[in-house]
Design a protein around this ligand. Structure first.
Ligand code: 6PG
Length: 480
């Protein structure tokens, strides 16, 4: 009998996805450019389900029932285009090509349009959860046509993570919607990790706790509102010793330069285009870049070696400080997610995707890297108020931020005084204070723009009309 679905590209993610599909009772045709990867998959894991080994793309296409569904799991970029170009001439009307890699949503939009022109379907599908997630249940964010989802949905929902009986997979929206949402997921992942890293750094420098002790603090935090996969992993990483000698903390022997493959950068680039202030994600992305500028860091470290701020220990004592940092972390995290959801809504509006934010929070509750207890609260906030303008003003989160506000301010002020860099904590607080301000100094910026460049301004009392003041003349105001 024919396979329900095919997978081409059997590096670790593709391999694990194929196994996951087979384990759920679907017959899966498998193909890889170098055949050895395919044969070893079938040899090593053939007993987990029904695999149809395929040596060529022609074999793969012939093995799958129509309309065919073929998952492509290759390196994003040119690799994906090459496979699509090879595959498309072999396909028949209504067949579906699914790209489960971390593609840029603009590429997905282009590919979707190109395949649609040929009577085919292209599904850009975000998959989160790393290798283990792919095997045991990822969070899946498929875009593309309704028609394609009808064919794919049951398979994808069966292999996704499951939280309280709800699969962590839903049809996100047309064309690039799935990859866009996955991109923002990764941006939030960057912000989340930066916030965690700042919290660790503060506890280290202000309380002089050891990595292992801080690991214990994170383990404790993981029992409360902050409960999440990344907080749990932090406890694990901080508790680890150098595998070479079991003496030093692992975190102290790792080079302190954070790398990135690009999804965080894409998130920020897209946010700039959309005009969405994702300051937490941007600071997190820049913080990684900064960490990599070894030469500048070394020069500045030498230059300012004698300029350590002299500060006392945090005034409230250790317990109070740990609690302050926990609350500051939670409030900053709310800001990061609020910004990420703003970006999803702005992208949805711009590209006409009609993404349901509550559904995104729901499918992020399990399987993905940013899975966290508080995503339930985000889903609830959107179901209580579909037109919510910002997560920050949803009753639950407004209360949470209000409760943490004094701590947040104390931590950011103390960090500045002590010279501990907290770009994400600080910028999140600044974002919050800017949003809630009665008046912003943006008015002065408008005045300056009008003065030097006649860029005009609007008044608080004259609707949308633009005006220009005769700065070099009699200072009268006229219409623009
Ligand atoms: C996931 C992750 C994954 C991402 C890595 C690496 O959702 O499973 O987001 O897709 O590729 O986290 O990202 P960086 O190398 O850019 O940190």
């Amino acid at each position: 009998s024919k396979a329900t679905i095919g997978v081409t590209g059997l590096a670790v993610m593709g391999r694990n996805l194929a196994r996951n599909i087979a384990r759920h009772g679907h017959t899966v045709a498998v193909h890889n450019r170098t055949t050895e990867r395919m044969t070893s998959l079938v040899e090593d894991h053939g007993d987990e389900g029904t695999f149809v080994p395929c040596e060529t793309l022609e074999d793969l296409v012939a093995a799958i029932e129509r309309p065919r569904a073929i998952i492509v799991m290759v390196k994003a970029g040119e690799g994906t285009d090459a496979v699509i170009d090879e595959l498309v001439p072999l396909l028949d009307e209504d067949d579906i090509v699914v790209d489960c890699g971390n593609a840029h949503f603009a590429d997905t939009r282009r590919r979707e349009a190109a395949l649609r022109d040929k009577g085919l379907h292209f599904v850009g599908c975000g998959v989160s959860g790393g290798e283990i997630g792919a095997l045991e249940g990822p969070s899946i964010m498929p875009g593309g046509s309704d028609h394609a989802y009808q064919r794919l949905g049951p398979i994808l929902e069966s292999i996704a993570a499951d939280v309280d009986g709800t699969p962590c997979c839903t049809h996100v929206g047309p064309d690039g919607a799935g990859h866009f949402v996955k991109m923002v997921h990764n941006g939030i992942e960057y912000a989340d990790m930066q916030l965690i890293a700042e919290a660790y750094d503060l506890l280290r420098h202000r309380l002089h706790l050891s990595p292992a002790e801080i690991g214990d603090v994170f383990r404790e935090w993981n029992e409360g509102d902050l409960e999440s996969f990344l907080i749990e992993l932090t406890g694990e990483v901080l508790g680890q010793l150098d595998p070479r000698d079991d003496q030093q903390a692992f975190v102290d022997v790792v080079l302190d330069q954070a790398e990135q493959k690009g999804t965080g950068r894409w998130t920020v680039q897209s946010a700039l285009d959309l005009g969405v202030p994702v300051t937490g994600i941007a600071e997190a992305t820049f913080a990684r870049s900064l960490s990599g500028h070894a030469e500048q860091r070394e020069a500045a470290r030498r230059e300012f070696a004698d300029d350590q701020p002299q500060v006392d220990d945090p005034p409230g004592g250790q317990e109070q400080y740990v609690e302050d940092v926990r609350r500051a972390l939670y409030a900053s995290k709310v800001v990061a997610y609020a910004q990420g959801f703003d970006q999803i809504m702005a992208g949805s509006e711009e590209y006409g995707w009609d993404v349901d934010p509550g559904a995104m929070a729901t499918i992020w509750r399990g399987g993905c890297i940013i899975r966290a207890r508080f995503l339930d609260r985000i889903a609830e906030s959107y179901s209580d108020d579909a037109a919510l303008v910002s997560l920050l003003v949803a009753p639950y989160f407004a209360d949470a931020v209000r409760d943490g506000l004094d701590s947040w301010r104390r931590v950011v002020a103390d960090a500045a005084a002590a010279g501990v860099p907290t770009p994400a904590f600080s910028s999140s607080l600044a974002y919050f204070d800017a949003l809630r301000a009665d008046r912003l100094p943006a008015a002065l910026i408008q005045g300056l723009r009008d003065n030097f460049g006649a860029h005009t301004y609007r008044r608080i009392d004259s609707g949308d009309d633009a005006f220009h003041l005769q700065w070099g003349g009699d200072r009268s105001e006229g219409p623009a």
